[in-house]
Design a binder for this molecule. Structure first.
Ligand SMILES: Cc1cc2nc3c(=O)[nH]c(=O)nc-3n(C[C@H](O)[C@H](O)[C@H](O)COP(=O)(O)O)c2cc1C
Length: 374
């Protein structure tokens, strides 16, 4: 552990995640490819490329008028680790190619960092050779790697009846406060990601309005996991909340996460907030689930439920104040390029994917998922 920390400090190893289902992600927004290498995936899992592609298509840009106009097919290429539609136990490498790339606007704004994007902090951290074309490694595009690995993790979890689904709980000030189970959510494609039709229509209108005003809007995404057995997680720094939060904060644009009632729990008394235990059909359940399925860092057996705050897309077409890094002067700039007016709809499959990756890592670690599937 100590050795690992030293290595991390010196080499900046920050593109890999997981102990047992270990992913290494690579590629930049305007580079040749985006990809992932998964080491530790059990052998014998049946998975087709169309199952992975289906998940990728949920995240793909340029699908509707509420998404970025960057059109990419994001067709996956499986390079290794899957043979005859089964995982072999060897590292699985998957890529997509970046085809719709135009770095000209980024060249133009090279010395005028975009407010609230990673341009300036990345330059401060990595120096002048950092690739920030299209956001480089800080672009939403890197989340394609999470979805490639997430598709495999989800397939693994499905063998144990564990299901994950996320939806947009709010977009701007349009909030859907209904509680949903996974069967209510279904598969949300090509939309705002909201479940309630009335909210979805309003949200679409709002996104189109902010887009026409060359602005952007944020929102929240709720993610639910059903059928995770009790006892998954660990104490102290190994808590399930820690692992999930760590993974979720790898997604560019995430500003917060709360489990169960989260911050609102602080407004209640213990008598209002506690989840009473009960026996139902011979199983231990809680009558309510204000904890969001995790207590003491360990799953209770109730659905895992967390909500993430997604910020408004930083790159907007409105004139903004920034600085010229060469002349060290205040300037105003209008940033061009093609951007998502709202990240929320696109981040939904990404949040599901990272949740699946964390849970598979835990379940392989505690022996529930074997290293070889017969
Ligand atoms: C799926 C997805 C799409 C995104 N699209 C854009 C975009 O079009 N324009 C933009 O400026 N930021 C976009 N972002 C967000 C930025 O990448 C992010 O805000 C930036 O890297 C700064 O990181 P931070 O917000 O986590 O601090 C997107 C993020 C995701 C997850």
């Amino acid at each position: 552990m100590y050795k690992y920390i030293i290595l991390k400090k010196v080499c900046g190893v920050s593109n890999s995640f997981g102990e047992y289902f270990h992913i290494t992600t690579f590629g930049e927004s305007h580079g040749k490819v985006i990809g992932v290498v998964i080491d530790g995936c059990p052998s014998g899992l049946e998975i087709t490329s169309s199952e992975i592609q289906k998940e990728m298509d949920r995240r793909r840009p340029g699908q509707t008028d509420i998404m970025t106009g960057r059109f990419e097919k994001d067709t996956i290429e499986i390079l290794s680790g899957i043979m005859l539609e089964h995982t072999t136990g060897a590292p699985i490498a998957i890529i997509i190619r970046n085809l719709n790339v135009d770095s000209k606007v980024y060249e133009k704004n090279k010395y005028t960092p975009r407010p609230s994007h990673a341009d300036y902090p990345a330059l401060a951290r990595y120096g002048k050779w950092v690739d920030i074309n299209g956001g480089g490694r800080f672009s939403g595009r890197i989340t394609a790697s999470f979805v490639m690995a997430g598709a495999i993790a989800k397939k693994l979890l499905s063998r144990y009846g564990i299901k994950i689904a996320a939806y947009a709980r709010s977009i701007g000030k349009i909030v859907d406060n209904n509680a949903y189970s996974i069967s209510d959510i279904g598969y949300i494609l090509d939309s705002t990601g909201m479940v309630n039709k009335n909210c979805a229509d309003k949200a679409k209108e709002l996104i189109l309005k902010v887009k026409s005003e060359k602005d952007s809007v944020g929102g929240t995404v709720t993610c639910i996991t059903e059928n995770l057995p009790p006892g998954v997680g660990d104490m102290v720094f190994g808590s399930l909340e820690t692992k999930l939060s760590g993974a979720i904060f790898a997604i560019p644009g995430i500003r917060g996460i709360e489990f169960g009632l989260g911050f609102s729990a602080s407004l209640l008394r213990g008598s209002q907030h506690n989840d009473p235990y009960a026996i139902s059909k011979g199983k231990i359940i809680t009558e309510t689930n204000k904890a969001g399925g995790i207590v003491g860092g360990i799953s209770t057996g109730m659905p895992i439920n967390f909500t993430c705050a997604v910020k408004p897309t930083p790159t907007i077409g409105i004139q903004q104040k920034t600085v010229d890094l060469e002349c060290l002067e205040d300037v105003t700039v209008v940033f061009e390029g093609i951007h998502d007016p709202c990240i929320v709809p696109r981040v939904i499959p990404v949040i599901e994917s990272l949740t699946a990756i964390v849970l598979v890592d835990e379940l392989i670690g505690n022996g529930i998922i074997p290293r070889k599937i017969e």
